[in-house]
Design a binder for this molecule. Structure first.
Ligand code: SF4
Length: 184
C-alpha cells in the first residue's frame, strides 16, 4: 500500500481492506453508478461544507485539506471552529460510534494540531437525529490511540494477494460484492 494514507481509508480498511481497492477503482465513475442510497445521503450531508456554504464566519474553517506528518496521513476536515477550538465531523446518521470514526477524527485532530490549529474539543454530529457525540481527545484515550496506530501499521503491511475475507456478513452488505473475487 502507498506510504501516504488517506484519512477516509482508515474506516474503509476496518470494514474490509479490499474495499479500498474497489473504492479507488470506481473513484472516477459517476457515484450514482455504484453507491447505494445511504452512502449517497452521507455524501450529500457533506455537500454544503464542500461547497463552502456552511458559514461565512471567519472563525469557521470548512473542508480544509490537512496533512499529518507524524503518521503520514492526508485528508480533509469537515468543520473547525477556530474560536472555540472545536473540531466537528458531521455524518448523515450515527447509530454507533465505530472505531473507524474515532480513527478518522483523531487523524484530523492530529493533523490540525501539527498545522498550528489547536484542538480542545472533538464532536461527532448525527444529522438525522440531531445528536452530538463528545469524543475524548486522543491524549485522553490511550486504548483507542493504540488501535489507531496498529491499524496504520496493518495498512502499511497489508498484502492484498494473501487476503481472504472471513466474515461473510460483511460481503452480504458490501456494494462491491458483485465485482469482488474474495466475496463470500
Ligand atoms: S465483497 Fe467482501 S471481501 Fe469484497 S470488498 Fe466487500 S466485504 Fe471485502
Amino acid at each position: 500500500m502507498d506510504d501516504i494514507i488517506l484519512i477516509t481509508e482508515l474506516n474503509d480498511f476496518i470494514f474490509c481492506p479490499m474495499s479500498i481497492y474497489f473504492h479507488k477503482l470506481y473513484g472516477g465513475m459517476d457515484r450514482v453508478l455504484y453507491q447505494d442510497t445511504p452512502q449517497l445521503e452521507g455524501t450529500a450531508a457533506h455537500e454544503n461544507v464542500d461547497k463552502g456554504t456552511y458559514s461565512t464566519k471567519r472563525a469557521i474553517l470548512t473542508s480544509l485539506n490537512v496533512y499529518c506528518e507524524q503518521y503520514r496521513l492526508v485528508g480533509k476536515i469537515d468543520i473547525y471552529d477556530a474560536e472555540r477550538q472545536v473540531l466537528r465531523e458531521r455524518k448523515k446518521r450515527i447509530k454507533v460510534v465505530y472505531d473507524g470514526y474515532y480513527f478518522q477524527i483523531y487523524a484530523q485532530c492530529l493533523a490540525l494540531r501539527e498545522m498550528g490549529y489547536p484542538v480542545k474539543k472533538i464532536e461527532l454530529y448525527s444529522m438525522d437525529d440531531n445528536k452530538t457525540y463528545q469524543i475524548p481527545l486522543p491524549e485522553d484515550n490511550g486504548d483507542m490511540m493504540r488501535k489507531f496506530e496498529k491499524t496504520i501499521e496493518d495498512m502499511r503491511s497489508f498484502d492484498m494477494d494473501s487476503f481472504t475475507q472471513s466474515n461473510g456478513d460483511k460481503c452480504k452488505h458490501c456494494i462491491y460484492s458483485p465485482a469482488c473475487d474474495r466475496a463470500r
